[in-house]
Design a protein around this ligand. Structure first.
Ligand code: GLN
Length: 479
């Protein structure tokens, strides 16, 4: 048995037949991490002792016949989700020594479910980025081609998943940070509806956009992991009072009756020809499986990048005000008074991209500019949301590319922020609307790089996304 080949649902099966022990599985992963992580840099922290302890507990649970879905399943957690007693750095110098005294709701749920924590996954600092090059702990390499980025900001989670350095992972998505790296690394990434998963214990970037979600090797695992973390949480006032369905029930073959909207605004100049071909072919294959294609329009899509890069930095500038060297995190020791201490802590603690976002955010919220920028952007946001409401009157799901190209080269966009921001052109609008989206592999380029397709649905219809993605997985030529 090749342990590293087993995905989450495979592990559940072999454990239930008692064919392998979670301790052996965990040791195998830890060894793989030891061998590959120095190069790929997918993990910031490897929690070896905790993983072995959890694996031993899982073994007892299985022997006692009390196994649940994630018992003994080794996972990676993006390093901005609080884990009690384990450093949670947000890939920032300012939080390098921050060890939360509590678990986020999702991490608590995973622990209760018996999961094994292999470690904390690398990311762009405070989740701001699209390439994982903005990490205080160095870039992550794409396992498909080490000269390329894995995407961001959940680049470590996606790379770990693709390189089989974990069975599955959690990421977070504010404007594409689950779906874009999943697309670049050939894995599945699901951004749930805003409010579907508790954000308690997720270090805030842009609170009206952030969601935690699964990054997995296949769609079945995404359904399992989403089911394990979703649900109402009194500790997060934005979490929704919505029952969590059994997402496994969505994983059935056949698409008859499903209306798929194809938005013309997502098939534009600048979309890589190979990506276009793979996505269009997948949509065609879905039609052959019984789906009905409907042409739709999302006319305000073209303003999504501009609106997002006002709203997200505005919220970030306010959320990141708390890192002032007083209560926790880095404190600069060089200063002689309080103001100097704030200044030097923040200028030494934050990297260039985070600094840029704080400056943009402060500017667009400042008196005199608020109406022209922030208020306008929130109005555009309403129009974008309305576009989706209209579209979902005509179709059940929307199919479109997840990224305009395959993974780009390390260094290619780092000095050109606008070009970097444009790599999220197909993912940002979804967060502004609060709807869910999934990225699933649908093809390979000539250069042997994965190509993803994205499906979107109305709020709380993750079941439809999983169904579409499951069928894509069965019929696509991705291997
Ligand atoms: N790449 C986008 C940004 O830099 C999205 C990040 C995210 O989803 N966390 O803001």
């Amino acid at each position: 048995m090749n342990i590293l080949e087993l995905s989450i649902h495979d592990l559940a099966e072999v454990y239930s037949r008692k064919e392998v022990s979670p301790v052996e599985v965990t040791k195998t992963y830890l060894k793989a991490i030891e061998d590959l992580n120095p190069k790929l840099n997918a993990y910031i922290t490897v929690t070896e002792d905790l993983a072995l302890e959890q694996a031993q507990a899982a073994e007892k649970t299985i022997m006692a016949g009390n196994q649940s879905t994630l018992t003994g399943v080794p996972l990676a957690i993006k390093d901005l989700i609080c884990t009690k007693g384990i450093a949670t750095t947000c890939a920032s110098k300012i939080l390098t020594d921050f060890v939360p005294p509590f678990d986020g709701t999702v991490t608590a749920k995973l622990r209760e479910n018996g999961a094994v924590f292999l470690g904390k996954a690398n990311m762009d600092e405070f989740a701001m980025g699209s390439s994982n090059e903005h990490s205080a702990f160095g870039p992550v390499l794409n396992p498909w081609d080490e000269s390329r980025v894995p995407g961001g900001s959940s680049g470590g989670s996606a790379a770990a998943c693709a390189a089989k350095l974990c069975a599955g992972a959690l990421g977070s998505d504010t404007g594409g940070s689950i779906r874009q790296p999943a697309g670049y690394c050939g894995v599945v990434g699901l951004k749930p509806t805003y409010g579907r998963v508790s954000r308690f214990g997720l270090v805030a970037f842009a609170s009206s956009l952030d969601q935690i979600g699964p990054i997995t090797r296949n769609v079945t695992d995404a359904a399992l992991l989403l089911g394990a973390v979703a649900g109402y949480d009194p500790a997060d006032s934005t979490s929704a009072h919505q029952p969590v369905p059994d997402y496994m029930e969505s994983l059935t073959r056949g698409l008859s009756g499903l209306k798929i909207g194809v938005p013309k605004e997502y098939f534009i100049d600048g979309l890589d020809a190979e990506v276009e071909k793979a996505v269009s072919q997948t949509i065609k294959n879905m039609e052959d499986e019984g789906a009905e294609l409907v042409e739709i329009s999302l006319p305000h899509t073209e303003y999504a990048v501009a609106a997002y890069y006002i709203i997200a930095p505005a919220e970030a500038s306010s959320n990141l005000a708390r890192y002032d060297g007083v209560k926790y995190g880095l404190r600069s020791e060089e200063s002689s008074d309080l103001m100097e201490m704030y200044l030097s802590t923040r200028s030494n603690g934050f990297g260039p991209e985070v600094t840029r976002r704080i400056m943009i955010g402060t500017y667009v919220l400042s008196a005199g500019y608020y109406d022209a920028y922030y208020k306008k952007a929130t109005q555009v946001r309403s129009l974008i949301r309305r576009d989706f409401d209209e579209a979902f009157k005509k179709c059940d799901i929307i199919a479109c590319p997840v990224t305009p190209s395959t993974a780009f080269k390390i260094g290619e966009k780092i000095d050109d922020p606008l070009n970097m921001y444009l790599s999220d052109i197909f993912t940002l609008a979804i967060n502004l609307a609060g709807i869910p989206g999934i990225s699933v592999p649908c093809g390979l380029s000539q250069d042997k790089l994965p190509i993803g397709i994205q499906f979107l649905s109305d709020h709380f219809r993750e079941d439809l996304l999983l169904k579409a993605a499951y069928n894509t997985e069965q019929i696509s030529e991705f291997s």
